[in-house]
Design a protein around this ligand. Sequence first.
Ligand code: GLC
Length: 620
Amino acid sequence: MGEDALILSGKREVVGNLMAAQLGDVGVDFFSFGEYFEARPLITLAERGRVEVREHAWVNGATRRILGLGGVEFEECLALHGDVLVYSLVKLSDEPVMLRFRGSLQVFSWSNPNFRKIMAELANVSFRALRGLGLEASYRNTYKIYLASTHPMNISVRTAEATYGIDVELGEGKIHGFTFVAIGAIAGEEEEALEKIREIMRDPLSVRGRKYAQVKGMLERVRKLGEVKPEYALLWKYMWYVILSNRAHIRRHPVLKRPFTMPSKFAFRHQWLWDSAFHAIVLSMLDIHAAEEELLNIFEAQKPDGRIPHEIFLSKEFCKLFWKVDDYSPWTTQPPVIAIAVDYIVKRGTSRDFVRRAFEALDSYDRWFRERRDADGDQLMAYVDYLESGWDDSVRWDEPIAMFERNPEHYKRLYGDIRMAPVEAVDLNCYIYIQRRVLAKLAEELGLEDRAKEYVRLAKETGAKVREYMWDAETGFFYDITEEGHEQTKVKTPAAFVALYAGLASKEQAERLVEHLLNPKEFWTTFPLPSVSADDPKYDPRGYWRGRSWLNMVWFAYWGLKRYGFEREARMLAEKALSIMSESLSCNENYNSLTGEPLGAPDYGWSTLMLDIIKDLSEG
Ligand code: GLC
């Protein structure tokens, strides 16, 4: 297959536009269709018996296995292109065989199965058995999904779920097979979907062919970026596959009008603010237009008061249940790293229109921070919610949450919507400092001299305060502070290294930070930069933001180290993370910091920031 093929061994995951699926022992264990429907399992052998996997290759986004099932051999294939999924099983032995499959389709509920019934009601969900074909499911009378099979489906329908059994009798001789298809569609295009099913039943391999061609096209584009170090060549291709195939386009969505990148189609299936900024940084290496699009949805979702929302759900119903807000977005924002992405897009060549659009969006966003996240008016902004911080479960928020719970009324008077005592976080204020520098640059480019001066002044003020209040000379580290009283919360996390990225540390401070970074008892763990220092009593190498390592922090630290001339240390940091990712051939959401085990969502968007680093290592 040569250079235009991506071949991975043992990988089970495949993705399309709104669809994602994962092979199980025999069949498809996991399936999702946006935030509308999901299945666990979609289709699986009822009595698994002894299954022997004789071969397993994942080629250009489709996966194929040779299975031995009680002495009978099969070829199993799972392919997904656009919103069309095909699962097929072809018998390679002569003996006849009877197989019994079962499967299900449920209303999406993410982690809370109790939501299913409520979602079904809110979104007017219906399931319908279609004679001679299979199953039709509909969400808000807009998003439809069809399931069909070469063998009759015995369907039973409930409010929030449909289940089915399929008896598959394969006759004597080879070539007998079973095909199962799932097709996503939009209201008004039902006939086309049914016609597509008929076509695919005649030629199931056509979907795999289309997927191959799509991935081949992606890799051809990537090749134009040049050569990378041979040890990273496969990971490089794989991460490009991840970032490019995580893109999705949802027709008839009132907010998400343009394509955007889902953080992972297996776990995070809508648009998040800081994820998209990281995605845009990566995309800008290859395709400025895609990088711009990633941010334009977000600009359009900006609220009249200037807030850029935390996330934009596919399903308004789900947002309502999860956040109790009747909208596509909750009341929070997320770490303001979007200006960093804008800066990359501008440097890599964008239009004046985009510069103007970005300036307007960031200008009112910065004002919103001043008005709504700075109760003490000191130009140090505060997080008032743990999910807003992007570091959901972090040890950093344990005490602020406890403080809030002791006296919620006091904090509600300060902020209205609030779920922890306000924290002037070190990373947040480094981002704000950068945002203001970027705003000054954009203003200058647009000929807005006064605005440029204003942002230079605001940046300076925030920068000076970070240095004044957040540095602790005794331990040689930057810490978050409480908004009230400016008390340092002495939790050491890689958020401090963002001060290097922002250029806010002095040379001496940088040297002391590097000592912490390289200390195996703190941040220099098997997979580097645990989300809390390994010498913290609450450190848990598998803990979600409580000890696992995330790649966005590695990326900030890498460029931060380089900024201060720590070239060798930057390279060592990158190589430490990349060697594990190359070995496990993974691009996961996070990693066990003690063992390097890939954890969290597979095929995760912002972990592809390592592409930017591989490129730098290859050029340097
Ligand atoms: C998790 C992370 C958050 C991220 C989101 C989507 O909630 O904690 O930072 O934005 O997933 O990837």
